[in-house]
Design a protein around this ligand. Structure first.
Ligand SMILES: NC(=O)c1ccc[n+]([C@@H]2O[C@H](COP(=O)([O-])OP(=O)(O)OC[C@H]3O[C@@H](n4cnc5c(N)ncnc54)[C@H](O)[C@@H]3O)[C@@H](O)[C@H]2O)c1
Length: 255
């Protein structure tokens, strides 16, 4: 039996109104953690809080756009008020791009995707760090993507944003490893959630279409399979794991 050490810990999960974030929030609660769930989607986040409560857990919610500094500050204040600390931060909220090649990526697509997928995790991590440093411990887990590992699974904006997450993880791991803080990421392969691609996957020629075929991608994963990996990386069971990007993808990254 793995000892996660999560009982009584304060955990923040973003993008927890659906998909991987919701599944992770439920699993943290099952491990006895107190969870703050944050998302844009009010109805979805209320459902997550209800599910956690029905399972005997504790959750508080913040609704808002996590690329807004005020919302970020509210998340950290609410977590510290409610739990007295933030032991774990899961930067999971994210959006897909339109699979556009760089030459077809407009300013608004670029800025929206980078703002939500890369800048929002930066803002939240920066806001949480002083609390983790004061406590002398903390674990930060990011949801990257297969698009953090290769160039042929999404458009330019999403691919750049998820490669940026890898840079943040590695730099955090090195800069803070003497201070009790770990940073890691999961790199999910195709996972059944509400995330949709609003574009023609075939539009960019044989390379991208080939990489997205069932033969290379393997089967679809579930949000719960991603959540298990997130909880592991956040937990004491991964106490010597720092700066890792863990593919959770049925071997796609190995092809
Ligand atoms: N589903 C996949 O196949 C897959 C593969 C690789 C990586 N991912 C990554 O997994 C993460 C979770 O996505 P998912 O698949 O569970 O999709 P999802 O759409 O079910 O969940 C994403 C959540 O993020 C929230 N969100 C989006 N923008 C936000 C913002 N600005 N502020 C607050 N909340 C915001 C959405 O409301 C939604 O609840 C994302 O970072 C995504 O890039 C998913």
């Amino acid at each position: 039996m793995i000892n996660t050490g999560l009982e009584g810990r304060g955990v923040v999960v973003t993008g927890a109104a659906s998909g991987i974030g919701r599944a992770a929030a439920l699993k943290f609660a099952q491990e006895g953690a107190k969870v703050l769930v944050a998302d844009l989607d009010r109805a979805g986040i209320e459902e997550t809080v209800e599910e956690i409560g029905a399972a005997g857990g504790t959750a508080v919610a913040v609704v808002g756009d996590l690329s807004d500094q005020q919302v970020v500050d509210e998340v950290v204040e609410r977590a510290v008020d409610a739990f007295g600390r933030v032991d774990v931060l899961v930067n999971n909220a994210g959006i897909m791009d339109r699979m556009s090649a760089l030459g077809e990526t407009g300013d608004s697509e670029w800025e929206r995707v980078i703002r939500i997928n890369l800048t929002a995790p930066f803002l939240l991590t920066r806001a949480v760090l002083p609390h983790m440093l004061a406590a002398g411990r903390g674990s930060i887990v990011f949801t990257a993507s297969e698009a953090a590992l290769r160039g042929s699974t999404a458009g330019a904006a999403y691919t750049a944003s998820k490669h940026g997450i890898v840079g943040l993880v590695k730099n955090l791991a090195v800069m803070y490893r003497g201070q009790g803080i770990r940073a890691n990421a999961v790199a999910p392969g195709p996972t059944t959630t509400s995330m949709r691609v609003d574009a023609d996957r075939e539009a960019h020629g044989p390379t991208i279409a080939g990489q997205l075929s069932a033969a290379t991608m393997g089967r679809m994963g579930s949000a719960e399979e991603q959540a298990d990996a997130i909880v592991y990386l956040a937990s004491d069971a991964a106490s010597f794991v720092n700066g890792a990007i863990l593919p959770v993808d049925d071997g796609w990254a190995a092809v």
